[in-house]
Write a protein that binds this ligand. Structure first.
Ligand code: ASP
Length: 331
């Protein structure tokens, strides 16, 4: 996909093992259309003079509402069949940020993250405490509450069963070799083709302010209580007007250990690297460490980067004039 010279909004819908031969043309078109819808929704906000924060929320909501992606409806399940959603948002102008971890009761988790940013003195709320806060404030700020069942789809239930079965298979076949057994088991609960689909957006508004947002169900068959990189400020999500806005997707544990999104900003800040170089360096060192995934980043001049070390990443960009480009596989 040729990267537009200047963009105002980028979105991603997850990175992973995504090959043209594993996807029908019709499914590919559905993914691309939905990415396009998200870009148009965010662009509408920016075109009307709205804030980048509102634009990323508008774009992410479209992707959360689609069962195609691993966020909101259609999110992946924990190994005990629970839904646990993570999301974060950050305002590059003020460095204000909000995040939620392991929630189940708000239709659009990105709006829950924003509620934490705007209506508490905290950055992150998780689990029960987050849900009580969200339930109490829902009416006042217009959050849509749902039951956990709303998020569950047959496709994700099947994927979970498949992932757990493969895990047992791999574990059994390596029982005689302890080291190998552990390695394979670790790989079995790692990142593969069933586990991509996190969504994210970064935007630049007329006032020159950047914002980033990320929303996810995490990783298929994750442990109950596991939090990934997406809601961790500096790991999966970061925005600073002085550097750039970043949203990540991939094997969260690596993005956490590498403090990936802040590392991009730090490289720009301390090494004076352009956003393209900073992102490529971070993605490459994640890849060398075994961390599969990708990220989208936008600086305050509209320079856009979408980089990944997997075979594909659902992604798209829109220019100020509304020119949309979307892609799935490697260029
Ligand atoms: N980064 C997410 C997580 O580890 C998963 C993903 O991007 O697909 O929770």
């Amino acid at each position: 996909m040729p990267m537009p010279a200047k963009a105002v909004l980028l979105v991603h819908g997850g990175a992973g093992v995504i090959n043209p031969d594993s996807m029908s043309g019709a499914l590919e078109a559905r993914y691309k259309n939905k990415l396009g819808d998200a870009l148009v929704a965010g662009h509408k906000v920016l075109k009307a003079g709205g804030a980048s924060l509102d634009a990323v929320v508008a774009a992410v909501k479209v992707l959360e509402d689609s069962p195609l992606f691993n966020a909101g409806k259609g999110a992946v399940l924990t190994r005990d069949k629970r839904i646990e959603l993570d999301a974060a948002i950050m305002d590059g102008a003020s460095l204000q940020a909000g995040a939620v971890g392991a929630i189940t009761n708000v239709k659009n988790p990105i709006t829950a993250a924003r509620a934490v940013m705007e209506h508490t003195e905290h950055v992150m709320l998780i689990g029960k405490g987050a849900e009580v806060f969200l339930r109490n404030i829902a009416k006042k700020i217009g959050l849509t509450l749902v039951e956990p069942d709303y998020f569950v789809t047959a496709r994700r239930l099947e994927q979970l069963e498949d992932a757990l079965a493969r895990e047992v298979e791999r574990f059994d076949s390596t029982r005689s070799h302890k080291g190998l057994k552990l390695r394979k088991r670790r790989r079995a609960v790692g990142f593969d083709e069933n586990k991509f689909g996190t969504v994210g957006a970064v935007a630049l508004d007329e006032a020159g302010n950047l914002a980033a947002a990320t929303s996810t169900g995490g990783i298929t068959a994750k442990r109950y209580g596991r939090i990934g990189d997406s809601p961790l400020i500096g790991s999966g999500t970061y925005a600073d007007n002085n550097t750039c806005a970043v949203s990540c997707t991939g094997h969260g544990e690596y993005f956490i250990r590498h403090v990936a999104s802040y590392d991009v900003c730090a490289r720009m800040k301390y090494l004076n690297e352009p956003v393209s170089k900073a992102v490529k360096q971070v993605i490459s060192s994640l890849g060398k460490a075994g961390g599969d995934g990708g990220m989208i980043a936008l600086d305050r001049h509209g320079n856009a980067v979408m980089s990944f070390n997997t075979s594909g990443m659902f992604r798209g960009a829109i220019t100020e004039d509304g020119e949309v480009s979307v892609a799935i596989y490697c260029d």
